[in-house]
Design a protein around this ligand. Sequence first.
Ligand code: NAD
Length: 458
Amino acid sequence: MSTSSTVTEVINPATEEVLRTVDRLGLDAVDDAVARATAAQKRWAAAAPAERAAALRSFAAVVDAHVDELAELEVANSGHPISAAEWEAGHVRDVLQYYAAAPERLSGKQIPVSGGLDVTIHEPLGVVGIITPWNFPMPIASWGFAPALAAGNAVLVKPAEWTPLTTLRIGELAVEAGLDPDLFQVLPGRGSVIGDRFVTHPDVRKVVFTGSTEVGTQVMAGAAKQIKRVTLELGGKSANIVFDDCDLEKAAATAPYGVFDNAGQDCCARSRILVQRNVYDRFMELLEPAVKGVVVGDPAARDTEMGPLVSRPHWESVAAYVPDDAPIAFRGSAPSGPGYWFAPTVLTPQRTDRTVTEEIFGPVVAVLPFDDEADAIALANATEYGLSGSIWTDNLSRALRVSRAVEAGNLSVNSHSSVRYNTPFGGFKQSGLGRELGPDAPEHFTETKNVFFAMGEA
Ligand code: NAD
């Protein structure tokens, strides 16, 4: 990525070749976009709910017709395996379809009071700014823009500098679907310029930020100056807890996919595997072939399960967690030659090691033994984060107890699933603030207004 010019060089992480250059917008362009979005939002909010619903269904249909194109673009820009990229593009369509139902269902309440009629109305906020990270450019943008548009807002999206291409294309598809070009705008450029302007501009009424806890802290502090609404989706260091009474073969076979999906560049990565001490050795015996079996290679190939890391700087950051004297149990394979390849790596560190406490955001997992249920819960919660996690046990009562005790927003028992568009997603503690997705998301892009109508005498 070039840093001194006004363009970003977008690089294919599997080949290190420059794919394209993208102009970085400046402050004037952001202010102009906000002014146009402010006007477009008023027109959009004035349209009939059924008309807004139809527009979102059209948007979903146009995305559906371009799933293959979007997927190929993500393979090239982000190095995601083609099967994953197809899922991501299809997910954008699904999120749009799901929230297309919202404009006609965003009902308020009628509250019993004396002397008249009391109703609540969900008013749109106005212009919403969405700042996305580079790890899942398409899905994360859609989690913000689809419910925000459904609730009657205009949306500005700032994609991450390394991975703007699919978001820019989705912006074009919105126009092709008939949306007002000023209603949904994609603004590529620097976080410190465009993202920061979303925070400081008084006409941007909410900022949805997904990214690091470090930048999220700055966004929240800046937003506080205007009591600006924020949703924050931040880092994670999630635990995959394996009890001795589970299906150990299945737990070991699936554990690599719970952490190495998207090369570990996943906020929900189960990057700490906690294993009950009496089955630890057997688990490690089963884990080794599973890790070595992860197919790492050309992201355009159908059988590829894991691609490269997103960039050279990120590769350096991940590699720093695996020095020569690191406690490596075993590693998988990765191609050599051009590309930011990093082999899946299993570490057996001490509980206090930084590989256990810090988010690495790469294909590196720490495996730690625990003694009993209380120890497992304490270890799982010994982190500032609280995004996701998995619990492997065939004991239903234990599954209930542990899922209530782990401080995280998205848990799965005997699986590693965490993101579904129709269920809420977000973090405890420093993993974030607020929830995305699920049936309530459109309400998070509204203010509740209460109106009392006095009833006169007959
Ligand atoms: P990042 O914080 O560096 O950047 C995220 C976005 O913020 C980018 O678009 C960037 O340009 C922008 N930005 C940078 N400085 C800014 C500023 N001063 N003001 C406003 N915006 C600014 O994060 P990243 O490296 O792109 O993404 C990786 C991080 O994202 C990881 O910590 C990961 O856990 C997190 N993440 C969280 C979730 C979740 O849902 N909880 C999902 C995906 C990623």
